[in-house]
Design a protein around this ligand. Structure first.
Ligand SMILES: Cc1cc2nc3c(=O)[nH]c(=O)nc-3n(C[C@H](O)[C@H](O)[C@H](O)COP(=O)(O)OP(=O)(O)OC[C@H]3O[C@@H](n4cnc5c(N)ncnc54)[C@H](O)[C@@H]3O)c2cc1C
Length: 416
């Protein structure tokens, strides 16, 4: 397969950002991607619901700090930056102001308890366990961390930077990342099976032959790293394997349902964010961008269980909640459903990395380069925007800059 300055494994947000940064500095690089498309966990389905539907990342979190906001503007993608109306469904009806205030106060206490915890412990250890809102707060926390509060680290909640600006993209976040990355030459359907970093450079083994490079940037998920389907020779040092084990991927999936008419309550017009507190809870969005669809988010063990049951069961789960809120008649108006299944994706294996309680400090060890020729990037490595597409992007830029410095090239400035 030849020889390049830098080989990049994975064409998600991190790998694409690293490639753009290196190309801008004039280095030759090859991006090797196991799948048949770019984007990784950024993927917009354009056909199943008749409108764009994000199966992976959907919101530009921390919008005003998010580099994809400027990219969206430059590429003509539309962001919704104003806040959506938020509703709470509890006790069989849409909640009144007092009930909503009670929930918000509970969630504030939950967030403060995790963010201000003196030690990095399980979220469940510092948050209320017997409140009427515990189940809903646990579900909400699980959506953020991808794992239940018993397995989520307060250190992650404390480190994560959140401006509470969550901006969806009308054409899809996945479509945005695919459009932005379209100019990066990527070798698709190219699984890297081994990285030999024992010599002066690195040698990558793939089913299509070997590739030599001065350095490599590895952007695969922690699930792939832990699986050892990608082998390292020599083996990774103990602190790196401990960091991989400390940051397993959680699970999350998005479910979308299209209806043949506007089935939602006419008294609540527009794009509405609904938190359903019944049963095991559900976050839904109805009429995003005025479309006749609803989306739902499941995470943690529930997402794993539903994913194992298949797409129809996932859609049914969301429809059950929606019917509970908007009436059984909506079932007859459904025309299409879709659901993601990230855990089963062989070269991804889940949603985003959640530190085990007591181990959130290991993200830095995960990101640390080895021997000035093996670099690591991806959502799991960013110190404060982990779990996100923009965190992946920024970690890709950092890894590219570190590789540039190691190769003696001047540090990059300018667009990626
Ligand atoms: C359901 C869901 C909802 C989400 N919602 C949001 C959101 O609203 N906002 C947000 O910012 N983030 C969200 N995220 C997280 C976001 O999508 C990810 O953090 C981000 O896309 C990860 O990018 P990455 O480059 O680190 O990894 P990936 O996108 O996983 O890219 C890694 C690439 O490496 C490839 N690869 C793996 N192994 C090999 C190999 N051996 N050889 C070659 N290639 C290989 C993979 O195929 C993959 O394409 C969500 C994720 C999920 C699953």
């Amino acid at each position: 397969m030849g020889e390049v300055d830098v080989a990049i494994i994975g064409a998600g947000a991190a790998g694409l950002a690293a490639a753009k940064r290196l190309a801008y500095q004039g280095l030759s690089c090859a991006v090797l991607e196991a799948g048949r498309r770019i984007g990784g966990r950024a993927l917009t389905d354009a056909s199943r619901l008749g409108v764009p539907f994000d199966l992976g990342c959907h919101w530009l979190h921390s919008g005003s700090l998010n580099p994809f906001a400027a990219i969206a503007g430059a590429l003509g993608f539309d962001l919704l930056t104003r806040r959506r109306r938020r509703l709470l469904f509890a006790g069989g009806r849409f909640a009144d102001a007092a009930t909503r205030a009670s929930w918000r106060a509970h969630w504030r206490r939950h967030s403060q308890a995790t963010r201000l915890s003196a030690h990095d412990v399980a979220v469940a250890a510092v948050t209320a366990r017997r409140s009427r809102w515990t189940a809903l707060a646990d579900y909400y926390s699980t959506c953020m961390n991808g794992v239940e509060p018993e397995r989520a680290a307060t250190g992650d909640d404390a480190a994560y930077v959140d401006t509470d600006e969550n901006w969806p993209v009308a054409q899809g976040y996945g479509a945005l990342i695919a459009a932005w990355g379209a100019d990066v030459p990527v070798r698709l359907n190219t699984v890297v099976t081994a990285i030999d970093w024992g010599g002066p450079g690195v040698r990558l083994a793939t089913a299509r032959g070997t590739l030599d490079a001065q350095a490599a940037i590895v952007t695969v998920s922690t699930a792939v790293l832990a699986s050892e389907r990608l082998r390292f020779r020599p083996a990774l040092p103990a602190d790196k394997t401990a960091a991989i084990a400390a940051l397993p991927l959680g699970t999350a999936n998005r479910i979308g349902i299209a209806f043949d008419r506007d089935v939602f309550d006419a008294s609540m017009p527009g794009y509405v964010h609904v938190l359903d507190a019944s049963g095991d809870g559900l976050v839904c969005e109805v009429r995003p961008f005025g479309q006749r669809i609803a989306s739902a988010y499941v995470a943690g063990t529930r997402a794993s269980r539903l994913e194992a049951l298949g797409e129809a069961a996932m859609v049914d789960h969301a429809l059950h909640h929606l019917a509970g809120m908007f009436g059984n008649a909506i079932r007859r108006r459904m025309v299409a459903g879709i659901a993601s299944a990230w855990q089963g994706e062989r070269w991804i294996g889940g949603a985003y990395a959640a530190a085990r309680p007591g181990e959130s400090g290991r993200r830095a060890a995960l990101a640390r380069p080895l021997a000035r020729r093996l670099f690591f990037a991806g959502e799991a490595m960013h110190p404060e925007f982990f779990s996100t597409a923009h965190g992946a992007y920024l970690s890709g830029v950092s890894a590219a800059d570190a590789a540039l410095a190691a190769l003696g090239a001047p540090s990059a400035r300018g667009p990626t």
